[in-house]
Structures are given as structure tokens and as C-alpha cells.
Design a protein around this ligand. Structure first.
Ligand code: TRP
Length: 362
């Protein structure tokens, strides 16, 4: 049997996803091809060239569909650009090369990136990555680029000072102190509460953002609700209700609940909050995950048709036959674009088995 290549598999998902979301697939497919580089030609019969933490099965890419309150859903790709040969620092170099190749064409602004990138560079990186990229595609617009740094790249203990220095350089130090005070449980910084990602938009517009993500291990809906209270205009009850609905009422003892803060210049506190529920750890299978996500979307006023069609675009297996296709679901509150995002795994290498298997009576 002939196996698909990495690019064939991912393009075979991206193309129909674009159709579902009424996006021209040309640029997304070009950028996917560029992201993967020579790795795109690898056979899926071979193990992943790099055990990327983007996805559980080490696919180098994760898709997401962002439902927006005031505009059509957007398509996003989160990716680790594989180096040649791959490695944390080689992948980082490959990501910078990918960005440089596309900077002129898409008018990327690297001012903020250039101001902080030295902080997250180290000869001996710790953890699973140093730099990831994401691309956002909206109807009739150029793609937007984002980068994600690993705050713990020089060790868990150094993360708070790296982030403090980075945000200080960007003029956002006040917001940082405010959000730490509200989102970190006493004594838990670097323990159950971890600085997970530091993200920058690579454009200059008034909506360009800096985001800081905190992972809350062994947490519950009330922890996220409290973390959200630092942002004006965000209703903590809405955050808690979302965590309960998406997480099925479980305490998050497996994969962590993640919160992110959107920081903007000129404000002394964050202007937006998002919460990400790792739904795949709190369901038996993807059928249950899909039903929960559909309910959450409906409750937030979104049509569920694009969800069903997006799922059909990335996977043809029965939803009850695996778990993890729907990896996270998030609620975004505050500017620039409130809404709900659904993260869809590529499952290029593997489908995780459902947790409980229905057995016919003998
Ligand atoms: N796969 C990793 C995780 O689940 C990183 C990741 C990918 C992630 N997409 C995400 C984390 C969305 C939070 C939200 O942790």
C-alpha cells in the first residue's frame, strides 16, 4: 500500500477546510508547503522526523476554526517549522527563515519580535520547543502571522524574569504584575501554574497583540474565573460556565486548563482574556467532544453547521472511534475578536483510542 506524504495528508485537510470556510485555498496551501519544506515529502509510514508537541501524535501542524461574533469564522494553522535536521534550535532557525521569506509579501512587522527574541534564545533549550508560528486566514484578507515563544526555554525558574523583561521592553510591565497577582494561585508559580506561551502578532495594526498564556494544572472552573477578573468587562461567570460545559464538570487533573491574557500598550491591565479547555482529556471519545462543542457554540449564538463541516473536512473516521480530534475548545473574551475557537488535530500519524469502548452484549 502506498502511504501519503505529510504534505498530502495535511493539504487534503486544509483544502476542504478552506472550502467550508469560504476561503481561497491558494495562499494557505502555499504557506503550508513552505512551512513543511522538504519534510512535506516524508512518507507517513515513517515516524515523525521530530516529536513536535503541537499535537499529541506529533503532527507538525494543528488546525483551528475561530467563530467570531461579528465576522465569518477564520481558519488558523499552528505549526512547528521543522529544521534540517530537526531540533529545538534548528526548528527555531527554520521558523525565522520562513518568516523572513514571507515578510515582504505579507508586510510582516517584526519590531516587537526583534525587541525580545534574544531573551528566548539559548544554546541549551529546555522543554519541547522554543518557537512556534501560527497563521490566520480570513476571507478576502492577507494572512496574519503570529509567533509563540516558550517562556520556560531557559528553565522553569527563569520564566518569570524572562517574561517580565520582555513585557518591560514592550512597555507592558504594569499589566504583567496585575495579571500575575490574579491568575497565579499562592506559591504556585512554576509549580501548578506555569507560564506556557508568550505570543506576538507580526503586524502593526491597532489590533496587534501581545499574549501571555498560563497553564493551570489541577485546576477548576473557579480558578479560571478568578484569573479572568483582572480584565475589565469580562464576566467571570461566563468563563466558569464555559469551563464547566466544555469540561463536563470535571476538575482538570489531566491536561491543564489554559488562560491567556491579551496585553495592549497604554493600558495598565490586560484588555482581553481567553480560556482553553483541553477537552480531549475530559471526554470518552470525539463524538462526546463534538456534542459538547456544538452545545457550547449554540449557547454562544453560533451556527453549528461550520463545526460539522469542518470536522468532516479533516477526518472521515467515525467520531466515536477515537479521541483527540477535537483537542481544545476556547472562549475568547474582550477585544479584538470575541468568540469561540475549536482546535482540530491533523491525526497525520495516529488516532488515539477512545476511553470506553461499547461492547455488544454476548
Ligand atoms: N499540543 C499542546 C497542548 O495541548 C500545545 C497546544 C496546541 C495548545 N494547541 C493548543 C495549548 C491550544 C493550548 C491551546 O498543550
Amino acid at each position: 500500500m502506498r502511504h501519503f506524504s505529510v504534505l498530502e495528508h495535511l493539504a487534503g485537510q486544509l483544502n476542504p477546510l478552506c472550502r467550508v470556510l469560504d476561503l481561497d485555498p491558494t495562499t494557505p496551501l502555499d504557506l503550508l508547503t513552505a512551512l513543511l519544506g522538504p519534510h512535506g515529502a516524508r512518507s507517513l509510514a515513517d515516524p515523525p522526523a521530530w516529536p513536535s508537541d503541537i499535537a499529541d501524535d506529533h503532527s507538525p501542524v494543528e488546525f483551528s476554526v475561530a467563530f467570531n461574533n461579528n465576522e465569518p469564522p477564520a481558519l488558523r494553522i499552528l505549526a512547528e517549522v521543522p529544521g534540517l535536521p530537526p531540533g529545538i534550535n534548528a526548528n527555531t532557525q527554520a521558523a525565522y527563515a520562513f518568516l523572513a521569506d514571507n515578510a515582504a509579501r505579507f508586510g510582516l512587522s517584526t519590531q516587537r519580535l526583534d525587541a525580545v527574541r534574544d531573551l528566548f534564545a539559548t544554546a541549551q533549550p529546555v522543554g519541547s520547543f522554543a518557537l512556534w508560528c501560527s497563521l490566520v486566514f480570513r476571507h478576502g484578507r492577507d494572512p496574519e502571522f503570529k509567533v509563540y515563544f516558550n517562556p520556560e526555554v531557559a528553565g522553569v525558574d527563569r520564566a518569570p524574569e524572562l517574561v517580565a523583561e520582555a513585557l518591560g521592553r514592550l512597555g507592558l510591565g504594569d499589566s504583567y504584575r496585575m495579571m500575575l497577582a490574579r491568575s497565579i494561585r499562592p506559591g504556585e508559580l512554576g509549580r501548578r501554574d506555569r507560564l506556557a506561551f508568550f505570543a506576538l502578532d507580526l503586524h502593526d495594526g491597532p489590533q496587534a497583540r501581545v499574549k501571555l498564556y498560563v497553564s493551570h494544572y489541577d485546576a477548576d472552573a473557579a480558578d479560571a474565573a478568578r484569573a479572568a477578573t483582572v480584565v475589565d468587562g469580562v464576566n467571570p461567570d461566563e468563563v466558569a460556565a464555559f469551563c464547566l460545559a466544555a469540561g463536563g464538570g470535571h476538575r482538570f487533573r489531566g491536561r491543564p486548563l489554559v488562560g491567556s491574557y491579551t496585553l495592549a500598550g497604554g493600558a495598565d491591565r490586560p484588555v482581553g482574556y481567553s480560556v482553553y479547555v483541553p477537552i480531549r482529556d475530559y471526554v470518552d471519545d470525539d463524538l462526546q467532544a463534538r456534542d459538547r462543542v456544538a452545545a457550547v457554540l449554540a449557547r454562544h449564538g453560533f451556527s453549528t453547521a461550520p463545526l460539522h463541516r469542518s470536522i468532516a473536512a479533516v477526518s472521515r473516521r467515525p467520531l466515536a472511534a477515537g479521541v483527540g480530534l477535537i483537542a481544545h475548545v476556547s472562549l475568547r473574551l474582550g477585544p479584538p475578536r470575541p468568540g469561540v475557537t475549536v482546535y482540530l488535530s491533523a491525526e497525520a500519524y495516529e488516532v488515539a483510542q477512545p476511553r470506553s469502548v461499547w461492547l455488544p452484549a454476548a
